[in-house]
Design a protein around this ligand. Sequence first.
Ligand SMILES: C[S@@+](CC[C@H](N)C(=O)[O-])C[C@H]1O[C@@H](n2cnc3c(N)ncnc32)[C@H](O)[C@@H]1O
Length: 226
Amino acid sequence: MAENTAIRYEDVLAGAANYKRSVLNRYDRVLYVNCRFFWRCDRGELLRRYQAAVGARHLEIGVGSGYCPAHTLFPTPEPEITLVDLNPQTLDFASRRLAHLRPRRVLANALDPIEEAGVPTRHFDSVAINLLLHCIPGDIKAKAAVLGNAAAAVKPGGKVVGSTVLAQGVPVTPAGRFLMRQLNAKGIFHNTEDRRDDLESVLGKYFADYQLVVRGCMAMFTATVQ
Ligand SMILES: C[S@@+](CC[C@H](N)C(=O)[O-])C[C@H]1O[C@@H](n2cnc3c(N)ncnc32)[C@H](O)[C@@H]1O
């Protein structure tokens, strides 16, 4: 793993390890409930933003159950899809679900330079990092390498689309705060220090052109790489 003194690798592994098969089987429903009742955003908007950004060569970092690519129409019948995750169980699950798209699967840490894992840079039309940052330990600045990797993977004119649940600088309902506390205590979330202004400054560092919207405590962003 690239040296990052702010983040312990054991915590990074633990953040990904939660996504076991039993969790993935109900992940889509949990996503719907959590977005609607706790984070106060619409899962449909997240999907629409994803759909608007995806291209024919697509890199999915932090795949989970494969919910977004499974509900998306790619601009070509045979897109080139690469799935990257630190957890082999999510790669198994999502690869099976997306078998009709014949995705390539890569076991790698999103904090590390992607070329070290054999993923090409300046290659993809789109990169998705949905609901990933809040799983990674540290504050937004400590996990900024994920955005740097996403930016490096996209070819000029391509898009990076993502989302994350923030804890600071956004409205969090008491129910949302309660669930966030539980998820952080279990090591499923690592977002207690994740601030909206830090996200803005990190997006500004990597992308000259980006749009950030916040719904409830969910930040959704799309950036175009020059
Ligand atoms: C909450 S799920 C998000 C899934 C999906 N992107 C979505 O929008 O529903 C987080 C995913 O990120 C993966 N993950 C967590 N930390 C990671 C890391 N450091 N590198 C790569 N993947 C990671 C987890 O294994 C899991 O598949």
